[in-house]
Every structure is written in C-alpha cells, then in structure tokens.
Design a protein around this ligand. Structure first.
Ligand code: MN3
Length: 200
C-alpha cells in the first residue's frame, strides 16, 4: 500500500487486468482512471513536495493525518494530490473480479447487506459534485459511512479509512455517462471483501 510509502511516490501497478472488472467497470475507464488520473495525482504530489526535503521521510499516511504540520503554501496541494494518491490506491486495491461474498461482520454492524448498500449508496448519491463515499472506523471504534468532497481523506478527520467509493465523474462517465446510480450498483459487484475484512 502507498500509505506507507514516502517521497518520491510512484504509480503502483493495477493489481488485476484492466478488463478484470468487466462488465461492471470497463477496461477503458480503468485505463484512464489508473494510468492517467492517478498518475497525475502522483506527479503533482511529488511536485508539491520536491523542494521541501524535511517532509520526504513522512509516509503518505502521516502527511494526510497531520496536514496542519505542513507549510501553508503546500498544504492544499498535499491535501488534494496526496489524498488523490491515497484514495485511488485504496479504491483500486479494494476492487476485485466479481464473486466475493458479503461479510457477516458488516451485515451485523449495519443490520444486513441491503441496509449497508442503501446507506453507502445514499452517501455516494448525496455527495454533490466530486468526492468519495467512505466506510470508516471512527475514533470511538464504530463503523460509519460518510461522504467527503474532492480528495479529502478520513485520516485528516481522525478516522480510519476502510473502503472508498470514487464518485468523481471520471470514475464512471465513459460507460455510465451521468448515471452515477447505475455505476454504484455495478461497483457493489466488484468489492474486494477479503481486503475490506482485513482492514476492518
Ligand atoms: Mn478517481
């Protein structure tokens, strides 16, 4: 995971083939999303940190957990691009070819699979404009669902990120155009539940 990496950050390989999530998420979307969009966040994060060597030993997780430690002139760039790197790394890692079973632990915490999906979808649809819906663990230890704008990350709010759902248009527009709701329904089929459980 890139969360433990330090400057200079590098684009990781996609952990499966570009067409592995078909028909739910198409090869072309995966290619542009990973190779172009995520690469841009990596490049811009490195650019922001290049002339600040005192932060080159900090992991991505440390940077995002303590945004207030950063000089004001790079804080927004690290928030947006560091968040972009972390969020996409996790988003791609937490998808997998369809077929994994919904975890019992999550069903118990949210009153069933349908309830969990309903809440996740409501958060994702309710995010006006670009952002992510998140399954997180809050400081009290409870599992929660929330939406955050842009590339904001739960770490910056003192919460542990578990599962992100990217609802930026670039995540679905090529296949689903404006139909965010259909994309969310498809994404439910390709969640890497094994990895979600490990992170829980
Ligand atoms: Mn994205």
């Amino acid at each position: 995971m890139l969360s433990d990496s330090v400057y200079p950050f590098q684009l990781p390989e996609l952990p499966y083939a570009y067409d592995a999530l078909e028909p739910y998420i198409d090869r072309k979307t995966m290619y542009f999303h990973h190779d172009r969009h995520m690469q841009t966040y990596v490049d811009n994060l490195n650019k922001a940190l290049a002339s600040y060597p005192e932060y080159h030993f900090r992991t991505l997780e440390e940077l995002l957990t303590h945004l207030d430690d950063l000089p004001e002139e790079i804080r927004t760039a690290v928030r947006n691009n560091g968040g972009g790197v972390y969020n996409h790394d996790l988003y791609f890692d937490l998808m997998s070819p369809p077929g994994q079973a919904f975890p019992e632990e999550l069903a118990e915490a949210f009153g069933g699979e349908d309830n969990w999906k309903r809440q996740m979808k409501a958060a994702a649809l309710g995010q006006f404009g670009s952002g992510f819906a998140w399954l997180v663990r809050d400081p009290s230890g409870a599992l929660k669902i929330l939406a955050l704008p842009n590339q904001d990350n739960p770490l910056s709010l003192g919460m542990q990120p578990i599962l992100p759902l990217d609802v930026w248009e670039h995540a679905y527009y090529l296949k689903y155009q404006n139909l965010r709701s259909d994309y969310i329904d498809s994404w439910f089929h390709v969640i890497n539940w094994e990895e979600v459980l490990r992170r829980m």
